[in-house]
Design a protein around this ligand. Structure first.
Ligand SMILES: Cc1ncc(CN)c(N)n1
Length: 222
């Protein structure tokens, strides 16, 4: 069993709850209200700015030129493919680029991105990947599951979101991280593997909390 298969099994109950979340189901059946989606896209945009920095950090920590170059491609894909989706949605929803970029991170957004940055700055490349992997992997899974629903990809609002996250272009980003993590864990001790699992579970939990935040549109209360 590959190490990432083990991680997948460990996080499965959390990911399943994420898939079943009213927000995700609302994207799938088109019932999600626009105000919630708009809140999500703005928070997600500023989250992705911080997330993209982790790919730059991955490039810094990379052991060889090929790995360095792949992290640079992942950085480019986040800034110019994934975040372009957000910019296009913002335009359609009447949100300017400046407004999008200057979104104040809500508590969950800030906690999630700060946790990833902290773990990745202090830790090894394997720890960095354990922190960022649920983000890339779980959205690919969600996209592919939602895409199987008849008509979901053709929905006038949410169709493009599903189309993007189910795409091969997006899912191959996670595949590459999965392969690299499996290589990096060779020879690691049980304690080190457990630490990687803890990080992976924590960011999986944050993924769930992000759906919750978007559903409730929860902001700072003080
Ligand atoms: C919170 C979150 N998690 C994951 C993804 C997919 N990169 C995202 N855009 N936002």
């Amino acid at each position: 069993m590959k190490f990432t298969d083990h991680l997948y099994e460990a996080a499965k109950p959390i990911w399943e709850k994420g898939y079943e979340h009213s927000f995700v189901q609302g994207i799938g059946d088109g019932s999600l209200t626009l105000d919630r989606f708009q809140f999500f896209m703005c928070q997600d945009y500023v989250y992705l700015i911080e997330y993209a920095r982790l790919y730059a950090l991955g490039s810094l920590k990379a052991p060889d030129l090929q790995t360095m170059s792949t992290f640079a491609k992942l950085l480019d894909a986040t800034l110019n493919m994934e975040m372009e989706l957000h910019r296009q949605y913002a335009e359609k929803l009447g949100i300017s680029k400046t407004e999008l970029e200057s979104t104040e991170p809500a508590p969950t957004t800030l906690a999630y991105s700060s946790y990833m940055l902290n773990v990745s700055q202090r830790g090894s490349l394997a720890e960095l990947i354990a922190a960022i992997l649920p983000c890339a992997w779980s959205y690919g899974e969600i996209g592919q599951r939602l895409a199987k629903r008849p008509g979901a990809m053709e929905h006038p609002v949410y169709g493009e979101w599903i189309t993007m996250y189910q795409s091969e272009e997006f899912t191959k980003l996670a595949d590459w991280l999965i392969d690299l993590l499996n290589q990096l864990v060779e020879g690691k001790s049980e304690t080190e593997l457990k630490q990687l699992e803890t990080i992976f579970i924590n960011t999986s939990r944050f993924e769930y909390l992000f759906w919750d935040m978007a559903w409730d549109k929860s902001q700072w209360t003080i």
